[in-house]
Design a protein around this ligand. Structure first.
Ligand SMILES: [Zn+2]
Length: 195
């Protein structure tokens, strides 16, 4: 017997990925698809980071519930189609490799891979983190910028890319990645962030 990951109500389905209808509806109420325009790229943000979305992201990030990637990917693919985002490659904002080893998976990479498979597009490792940055959530904007300065290096020189990330806060991570891309003459990219 399977239960809804959020409210624990019994589900009459054979798939562990399922949410109950009510929780699915609740998630839909957090949808916004905000678009932030930077000077030569866009950041698409799918959900408000609060309530049940926050709970589901935490379950996804910290509790080994990798199958939640599938639930989120379905919402992300719908956003890609609705907003008519076009790209030749998909990539993701990577975790530092030691962190990934400890957690066992990189949540944004999982999302990117699901989307890539569904849309039949190649998922590439565009960038890597060359230093183990501190957790950013306690830092202010200036401290974040300092912490992330030169944190990324380019791994794959490709253009026309959609880059997936899980949470958008001050945008420092995305700005720093953009600097790395611009430095390497990559001009054609957008970001799609879960919340
Ligand atoms: Zn439920």
């Amino acid at each position: 017997m399977y239960r809804c990951i959020l409210c624990k109500k019994e589900l009459f389905s054979n798939f562990k990925t399922a949410l109950c209808k009510d929780c699915h509806k609740t998630l839909l109420s957090y949808l916004r698809l905000e678009i932030i325009n930077k000077y030569n790229y866009k950041i698409y943000i799918l959900f408000f980071y609060e309530g049940e979305i926050k709970k589901l992201i935490r379950l996804f990030k910290f509790h080994d519930n990798t199958y939640i990637a599938k639930i989120f990917s379905i919402f992300l693919i719908k956003a890609i189609k609705d907003a008519k985002i076009s790209f030749n490659y998909i990539s993701y904002v990577p975790m530092y490799k030691i962190k990934k080893i400890i957690r066992g998976y990189d949540q944004s990479q999982l999302l990117a891979k699901f989307i890539a498979t569904e849309l039949n597009i190649k998922c590439i490792d565009l960038i890597s983190r060359k230093k183990n940055t501190k957790s950013l959530y306690k830092l202010n904007k200036k401290e974040r910028a300092e912490e992330l300065k030169d944190a990324f290096i380019l791994k794959n020189n490709k253009n026309n890319i959609l880059i997936i990330d899980d949470i958008y806060t001050t945008g420092t991570t995305i700005n720093e990645i953009s600097k790395t891309l611009e430095k390497n003459n990559i001009k054609n990219y957008n970001f799609l962030v879960l919340a």
